[in-house]
Design a protein around this ligand. Sequence first.
Ligand code: 9Z3
Length: 369
Amino acid sequence: MSNPSVFSAESYFATQPPPPTLQTDVIGVRTFISKQAEQGRKVVLVTSGGTTVPLELNVVRFLDNFSAGTRGATSAEYFLKAGYAVIFMHRQFSLQPFSRHYSHSTNPFLDFLEIDSTSSRNATSEINVTPSKRPDLLQVLTAYKAVHAEGTLHTLTFVTVNDYLWLLRAVSQEMSILRRNAMYYLAAAVSDFFLPRQKMSEHKIQSGKGSLHIEMDQVPKVLKPMVAEWTREGYIVSFKLETDLSLLIPKARQALQRYGHQVVIGNDLHHRKHRVVLVYPSSLSPTSISSPASTPCFNHVPLSNLPDGTGSVEIDGILADTSAGQYTESWIEIDPSLAASGTKEIEEDIISELLRRHQSWVAAAPSAQ
Ligand code: 9Z3
């Protein structure tokens, strides 16, 4: 490495150790994919939750990325509902499909169980579900049991950004046999910085020396090899998270320009549950694909009070040509109060739109899949 702070994907994987469970994980994924391929199902990899960057080998402290895993867990349910098989690769202990509805912090399941003291059979009391909670629970439980019976959900966990990168590469390579029938939905919040193993302190960093100075290296931009080498024609959806709204569209366009994948979904931190923007290369614009039977809450023009990011823009010191004509933006917006109450989930509309576009991607394959 000439410049130790700039890792290419190649130099990263040559110098950073794989997680100990990688081989076992790959065998599980391979079995799952071949079963789904036999049954003719499309498969989506959903990544979800935030990665950590440990500061010590015997880890006491780490840097974390914000994400509860709501976007990933919710989206996975809508993909399953649409008949996709899902590889759900998530941060350990972050939200998961189905059980997310009964998260211990927002809706603890103990709160809707009741002890039936009238029943004293076998000297033990019976447990009942609070009647008002039954319809919702029954719906979630039915979908959960059906998915388990069909074997269409495969779960993998990561904690560190290193676990994430190794798993992402391995799973993408395994899925590449599905070619266009594979979708990659990268909703995990991935650290841009990491501490290479070679620079990590073995033991807990001591506090005696006053302030702490840590220089982190940049995580390699793996979308590039993912598109060019790992996935063979897969449909790749990445997410762009910003807190400065004016950067959302330019940064999404820049990512498409740099990596050549199919969609960037831009979301800003505070409005992510009710507003997102899907940015595509114009060659994959809605006019070139068939219309849906029913259109979700979906706008083909930017909302008037939002920046459109037209033209060239300097990002990270690089002048990116993000001319409007090369890209198409589609805003999806739902009523904030419905999103806040959980009555409507924006992921339903995001997935519906992506399914339509993935279908067109499959149909446009140069040869039969
Ligand atoms: C996202 O933007 C996700 O939508 C959120 C979901 C993390 C905001 P929650 O889990 O939040 O529902 O609480 N994910 C991608 C974030 C990210 O790290 N993007 C990188 C970037 O913005 C590109 S891979 O540069």
